[in-house]
Design a protein around this ligand. Structure first.
Ligand SMILES: [Zn+2]
Ligand SMILES: [Zn+2]
Length: 402
């Protein structure tokens, strides 16, 4: 009586287990090791499999089958020797099998090579921010209209229009602004420009000032303007640099341009773009991809992660991504809502690439006023490739940004 009750319980227990299995088909990648507890390499596999089972619980199923005790699975899987490890994707499709001892690092490297993500992260639909987390409370005259950085009062640069004035953080942003005007007349534009005299803090005409052209720790030029050349010479003793007049400054600043939108760039801020045997620059990550569209040529882009500066390398082939390193890299498309309610690009200074979504997330947390959406780097390229030559000619020009 007692033993028949135990039998009944066992049957119920087995039945319950089977039902659970059927109700919850595995959605995880699975590693099946077919071996025997008495074979030497199989014994060496055992702690590795146990470790993987613990470490990747909920992310990968690990199963050991002893084919000496139960030969049926060995026949079913058609193994030739033990141990054999079979790699299945989450849908149950066999991806790869290996015969003999297989170490932990080799197993993990194989999953990676097979393109199976064991991180357990759900594929993200992408970060989107349609409303600023905090509005930008800075007064307008304290913010550069080009780069959106705070304006240093000692380098403030002002373009006086007929009805309004544009505040820029310094002469470099003026040259970016100048190279963004369609059909700009250099003389007429320069006549509207005032720069801040480093010595007195007052605004003076840009074309008659002297410029002390130095360099910061990152190798970026620094520009200090002086109304009085003697004051510039005095400052030169304290902080080394070359003294330049307006015309020389202008030609230096306009010498290096974005190969997509033609804006003035400093190589230190820009993305490197290789096309054929030529090396050029993209003023922002998105412009760098646009070089493939403008030149109708395969390119190689070297961009820096917006948060950490880590390198991201993209190669294109016939207008599509040929390779991306790291494969986890994502793009941020900075956008703002236009007066008609349509989303438009927020400009080159609001774009970026990141080695992964986590870096983008951190970067966004530090920029509460930023709006836009995460897109793939392939999408950045696709958006540029569909532009017509007319649209490319207007790209990033003032009032034309789409
Ligand atoms: Zn600026
Ligand atoms: Zn550009």
């Amino acid at each position: 009586m007692k033993s028949s009750l135990r039998k009944t319980l066992a049957v119920i227990a087995v039945g319950w287990t089977a039902a659970t299995w059927a109700a919850e088909p595995t959605k995880l990648p699975k590693l099946v090791d077919l071996g025997a507890d008495k074979c030497i390499p199989c014994k060496m596999m055992a702690p590795i499999l146990e470790g993987l089972k613990r470490e990747y619980a909920g992310r990968m199923d690990v199963q050991f089958i002893d084919v000496w005790k139960d030969p049926a699975p060995g026949r079913r899987y058609k193994i030739r020797l033990i141990p054999t490890q079979i790699f299945f994707d989450a849908s149950g499709k066999e991806l790869f099998r290996h015969e003999g001892f297989f170490g932990k690092e080799d197993i993990l490297a194989k999953w990676k090579e097979l393109g199976v993500d064991l991180s357990g992260r759900k594929p993200s639909a992408g970060l989107v921010r349609e409303t600023a987390v905090a509005a930008d409370a800075r007064p307008r005259e304290a913010v550069c209209v080009m780069c959106d950085e705070n304006v240093n009062p000692k380098t403030k640069t002002v373009v006086k229009g007929q009805s309004e004035q544009r505040i820029l953080c310094g002469p470099h942003c003026y040259f970016i602004y100048f190279s963004s005007i369609v059909g700009a007349d250099p003389k007429a534009e320069a006549a509207k420009l005032s720069v801040t005299d480093w010595a007195s803090g007052s605004l003076v005409p840009a074309t008659t000032a002297s410029y002390l052209y130095g360099m910061d720790a990152q190798g970026r030029p620094t520009i200090k303007a002086f109304a009085d050349k003697a004051a510039a010479v005095k400052e030169q003793q304290a902080s080394p640099g070359n003294l330049l007049g307006w015309e020389v400054l202008r030609s230096k600043e306009l010498a290096t341009r974005c190969a997509f939108c033609d804006r003035a760039v400093y190589p230190e801020d820009a993305c490197g773009v290789q096309f054929g045997t030529t090396h050029g620059y993209g003023c922002c990550t998105h412009c760098s991809m646009g070089v493939a569209a403008r030149l109708k040529q395969d390119i190689e882009v070297e961009a820096k992660d917006g948060l950490t500066g880590e390198l991201i390398r993209v190669k294109t082939l016939d207008g599509q991504i040929a390779s991306l390193e790291p494969a986890s890299a994502v793009a941020w498309f900075g956008q703002k809502k236009g007066p008609d309610g349509k989303w438009v690009s927020a400009g080159c200074f609001k774009q970026g690439f990141f080695v992964n979504e986590a870096n983008l997330q951190k970067w966004l947390e530090a920029r509460p006023a930023m709006t836009g959406r995460q897109i793939s780097i392939a999408q950045v390229l696709a958006d540029k490739m569909k532009l017509s030559p007319e649209q490319i000619a207007k790209a990033c020009k003032l009032g034309e940004c789409k």
